[in-house]
Design a protein around this ligand. Structure first.
Ligand SMILES: Nc1nc2c(ncn2[C@@H]2O[C@H](COP(=O)(O)OP(=O)(O)OP(=O)(O)O)[C@@H](O)[C@H]2O)c(=O)[nH]1
Ligand SMILES: [Mg+2]
Length: 467
């Protein structure tokens, strides 16, 4: 009879044990532009994990389905100088009467969770319970689009910013445009004039945000925080400068051009870089959230604008060796998810198309990710489901519909429209309306938050660590 203490088995057990102790920490970056659904996703993620093993619906997460995931506790976060992610405030809003969505995020926050689970396979040395520490952070989406700014110098940034030629968007910047056209880049800088023009530019950005545009830089102009009024926020792009590179560089330091270029560089070095160094320096897994449906609802110019903003963003997050982020901060990431959020705004039969549309929107970055051999999963989800899928009978036909309560408190039963399976063309915009209201969250009191495919997202992002 073979002795159970053979060396091969012992060494296997030891390797297993070492892996268990080493790999038990994960930093997850939740990325998405302003209003993409980051805070809702994080709130739901924490909520589902805390209710795992109880009433959370996590059938697509094997550790939960098999009853091995026992729950999650909040731990003291590593960085004591950063506010804690306001999970309780978010839940109070969702459970208020009437329920409200959590507030838009105005600053950075962090959360450390400890997940407790029973390993799937037990050996001699495997403990009965294991833990996984999950580090999460939240920030205003406005700040994320500053990352692509690091790839520019002042001249190329000016060019990129003044290429937006959609009529609606241009109209929002008309006050700034009129002022900047009269500005001579070679003239001596007048502080008050630059401050006024910067304020007009910031105003254009704020209006563009209100109007549903996504491609908005610099992000701190929208949410300046403690930098409000500081000269570092008093710059803007200069359109169509009719000077050669040599002529520009020869301009005196106190010229309009040199002053704006200096502030641009200061913004890059002292605002953008530290934000990325401190928070995106290291993460293991990433989920990119995109409000595809919101853009579809807002029409062709907004949709184009979202597409442009995403291309830029994903280009900066490109994980190949030469990418900007890799060169600057060398994060190591081994898995990525892209998700179309707020999928509860369309009927379930449209979810397949929604994923295909998301893949179409991110086609170029997806190619790069494949080339870099980083596994990617595309899905549609609703972190906090606000509608119920129903069927209605119309002239003997059963049709899919959504039931929910609008933000104004009106109960509605609607069919919001068909999601195109590929990037919409002119025909789509002309022929097919797409229209849905914003829904009020349903409230959950003591239960886990209702969701769509949060379990699939959790499984992809950390399921393998709970094996
Ligand atoms: N129906 C529905 N609406 C959602 C869902 N998630 C987010 N929303 C809506 O989208 C809005 C923005 O979501 P947030 O999670 O605050 O977005 P964010 O990415 O954190 O935005 P910033 O903090 O501004 O960067 C919410 O106020 C809701 O109106 C969802 O799962 N379902
Ligand atoms: Mg937020």
């Amino acid at each position: 009879m073979q002795s159970p203490f053979n060396t091969e088995r012992l060494s296997r057990e030891l390797t297993n044990l070492m892996e268990r102790t080493r790999d038990r920490q994960l930093r997850l970056a939740v990325t998405g532009l302003s209003q993409a659904g980051k805070t809702a996703f994080l709130t739901s993620l924490v909520n589902q994990l805390r209710h795992a093993g109880l009433e959370a619906q996590l059938d697509l997460l094997p550790a939960a389905r098999e009853g091995r995931l026992l729950g999650a506790q909040r731990l003291t976060q590593p960085d004591l100088g950063v506010p804690r992610f306001p999970y309780d405030a978010a839940l109070s809003a969702l459970n208020a009467k009437p329920p409200r969505w959590p507030e838009p995020t105005r600053g950075i926050s962090e959360l450390r969770l400890q997940l407790r689970y029973r390993p799937a396979q037990r050996g001699w040395l495997t403990p009965e319970f294991s833990h996984l520490t999950l580090d999460l952070f939240d920030y205003p989406g406005e700040w994320l689009l500053d990352l692509p700014m690091l790839a520019h110098d002042f001249d190329s940034w000016c060019q990129a910013q003044t290429q937006h030629n959609g009529v609606h968007r241009q109209a929002l910047f008309s006050a700034w445009q009129t002022g900047v056209e009269q500005l001579d880049p070679a003239a001596e800088a007048d502080e008050a004039q630059l401050a006024d023009l910067a304020a007009a530019y910031a105003d254009g950005l704020k209006q563009a945000k209100q109007a549903g545009f996504s491609d908005l830089q610099p992000g701190r102009f929208l949410l300046p925080g403690e930098l409000d009024g500081a000269p570092v926020l008093q710059f803007f792009p200069l359109p169509d400068i009719e000077l050669s590179t040599e002529q520009r560089q020869a301009l005196p330091e106190n010229s309009v051009y040199a002053t704006l270029a200096k502030r641009f560089r200061y913004y890059q070095q002292h605002i953008v870089k530290p934000f990325y160094r401190d928070h995106f320096r290291r993460f293991d897994r990433q989920i990119v959230l995109v409000d595809v449906l919101g853009a579809l609802n807002a029409g062709p110019e907004r949709f184009e604008d979202l597409s442009r903003a995403l291309q830029q963003l994903m280009h900066s997050f490109d994980y190949g060796q030469r990418s900007l982020l890799t060169r600057l901060f060398s994060p190591r990431i081994d898995r990525l998810a892209i998700a179309a959020t707020k999928a509860d705004h369309v009927t379930p039969d449209q979810h397949g198309n929604l994923v295909r549309l998301l893949e179409g929107l991110l086609a170029e970055p997806l190619k790069d990710l494949r080339f870099a051999d980083i596994p990617v999963k595309a899905l549609s989800l609703a972190a906090i489901r606000a509608t119920q899928a129903r069927e209605v009978n119309q002239q003997g036909q059963r049709l899919a519909a959504l039931y929910g309560t609008t933000l104004e408190g009106e109960e509605v039963l609607i069919y919001p429209g068909d999601v195109p399976a590929r990037l919409p063309d002119e025909h789509f915009w002309q022929q097919q309306g797409f229209d849905f209201p914003h829904f009020r969250p349903m409230g959950s009191s003591h239960e886990a938050l209702a969701h769509i495919r949060m379990d699939a997202a959790i499984d992809w992002l950390l399921g393998d660590k709970l094996a």
